[in-house]
Design a protein around this ligand. Structure first.
Ligand code: FMN
Length: 168
């Protein structure tokens, strides 16, 4: 898929169909996170791939604003190194890479912002040096679902030319 088409059509998906995601597709999504750029090339991240349906079901209780994680074909728990100055920015770029790669392969995802992080750390045996940035559930979805979300501010609202307040 053309990059701009991917960026401009990407939507959050909060409901998934029960179609298995092939292993090579899962690895492409994982790789697109690993290959993201980071400040000083520090790569202050690690990724936990969750494929086991029983574990996906257990994640549900800790993903407060994303209970739909239990429906996903797989999920990725993105860990960020709290000691990095760029601990929120770098892994977020990895997350966006993963979302866009997934979208280009017909998979949807949604950033889950409200988590019971302590519960997740304990469930998944995550060492304390890490912070859970987000959980991204991935899966195939019913395409008629798309188009129901709000769209973006207009160019007039957000673009300026050669200085603030001048219309582009
Ligand atoms: C940092 C961040 C946190 C978000 N947290 C949640 C969340 O907890 N639950 C949820 O359903 N969607 C969450 N979203 C998805 C946004 O609600 C969504 O991106 C926005 O409404 C625009 O819709 P779209 O992605 O379909 O274009 C989050 C998105 C971002 C970038």
């Amino acid at each position: 898929m053309d990059v701009f088409k991917c960026v401009s059509t990407l939507r959050s998906v909060r409901s998934f169909i029960s179609k298995e995601v092939p292993a090579d597709i899962i690895m492409k999504v994982m790789e697109s996170g690993r290959l993201a750029p980071s400040a000083h090339n520090d790569q202050p991240w690690e990724f936990i791939l969750i494929k086991d349906k029983k574990v996906l079901k257990k994640l549900e209780q800790f993903c407060i604003s994303g209970r739909f994680v239990s429906e996903a074909g797989f999920a990725v728990v993105i860990l960020t190194d709290k000691s990095s100055k760029w601990f929120q920015i770098d892994p977020t770029r990895a997350a966006q890479n993963m979302a866009l790669t997934a979208w280009s392969l017909d998979l949807g995802t949604c950033w889950i912002g409200r988590l019971d992080a302590e519960g997740l750390m304990s469930l998944l045996n995550i060492p304390q040096k890490w912070q859970v940035l987000t959980v991204l559930p991935f899966g195939y979805f019913d395409k008629s679902y798309i188009g129901t979300t709000k769209f973006r501010k207009s160019p007039e609202q957000v673009f300026h030319l050669d200085g603030y307040g001048v219309e582009l």
